[in-house]
Ligand binder design. Structure first.
Ligand SMILES: Cc1ncc(C[n+]2csc(CCOP(=O)(O)OP(=O)(O)O)c2C)c(N)n1
Ligand code: SF4
Length: 250
């Protein structure tokens, strides 16, 4: 008798990802769908997809999904959740989307403690548009718009979203995770699940920042990109839980 030890999540369609080889978007899509299957909320979920490489997430996610203008996903999610409080609502956003054009929506949905979940893909670059500098690009990082490397004197310092939002009273759960190793991917799934469970329990705003790769615009092979994530990104963006109201209440 054969035993199933691994299978594709039910919430993920059979459509082949358009993402580049070695891109983290596919890994995170799968984790989200596994969590949605485990929580049994496929029929009750509404995602808000971004502008960026995940703009066609609706081809891969097999549940209701709304497209928001660049950066506006938390505002759209707020409207959805307030008008349909029994639905599970999450946004999926890149760093260009969430930490640049959508900074105001991010900060104000957090400070209001909206009962939504945010999945934040930080790959330190604008992927879809060909590799421009993002607010999260590292000091010295070469991009299309910082060809000599990000100069902090003229282009400022990277934004650490988790640390910044953890100063607010609104959020219930804030964590930064990574996709560079099997253990870190398992940890990422746990954080996503916790965020989703907090919303289901009515605990309010949560965000999971997922350190991710963009081998194409970094000009690297998939293996080199994982190495850069591990050796350059994690030291600048430390992993961990920045806020958890459950632990504060203990
Ligand atoms: C209002 C608006 N401004 C700018 C753009 C152009 N645009 C499309 S995707 C993108 C950046 C995407 O980068 P990010 O959000 O980091 O996602 P990634 O592609 O890296 O996953 C930009 C600036 C747009 N579509 N709409
Ligand atoms: S351009 Fe970058 S973020 Fe976009 S699919 Fe390719 S590797 Fe992923």
């Amino acid at each position: 008798m054969s035993k199933v030890i691994y299978q594709k999540p039910k919430s993920l369609t059979d459509v082949t990802f358009h993402y580049c080889p070695g891109c983290s978007h596919g890994i995170v899509h799968k984790l989200i769908c596994e969590v949605i299957d485990e929580l049994g909320i496929q029929g009750n979920t509404i995602a808000v997809e971004p502008v960026g490489c995940a703009v066609t997430a609706h081809d891969y996610f097999d549940f209701d999904i709304v497209q928001a203008a660049h950066g506006r996903a938390p505002a759209v999610a707020t409207g959805l959740k307030r008008s349909l409080p029994d639905r599970f609502v999450f946004t999926y956003q890149g760093d260009g989307d969430l930490a640049s054009i959508g900074t105001a929506e991010t900060v104000h949905s957090a400070t209001r403690g909206e009962n939504i979940s945010i999945i934040f893909i930080n790959n330190t670059i604008y992927g879809m548009t060909g590799g421009q500098m993002a607010p999260t690009s590292l000091p010295g990082q070469v991009t299309q718009t910082s060809p000599y490397g990000r100069d902090t004197h003229t282009q400022g310092y990277p934004v650490r979203i988790c640390e910044m939002l953890s100063t607010l009273d609104g959020p219930s759960y804030i964590a930064r995770v990574s996709t560079d190793s099997v253990q870190h991917i398992k940890d990422a799934k746990k954080a996503i699940k916790k965020s989703f469970e907090y919303q289901l329990a009515g605990k309010g705003f949560s965000i999971v920042e997922i350190l991710s790769t963009c081998p194409t615009n970094w000009g690297m092979s998939p293996v080199e990109a994982m190495e850069r994530l591990r050796t350059e990104m994690i030291p600048y963006y430390p992993l961990g839980v920045f806020k958890d109201i459950e632990e504060e209440n203990e």
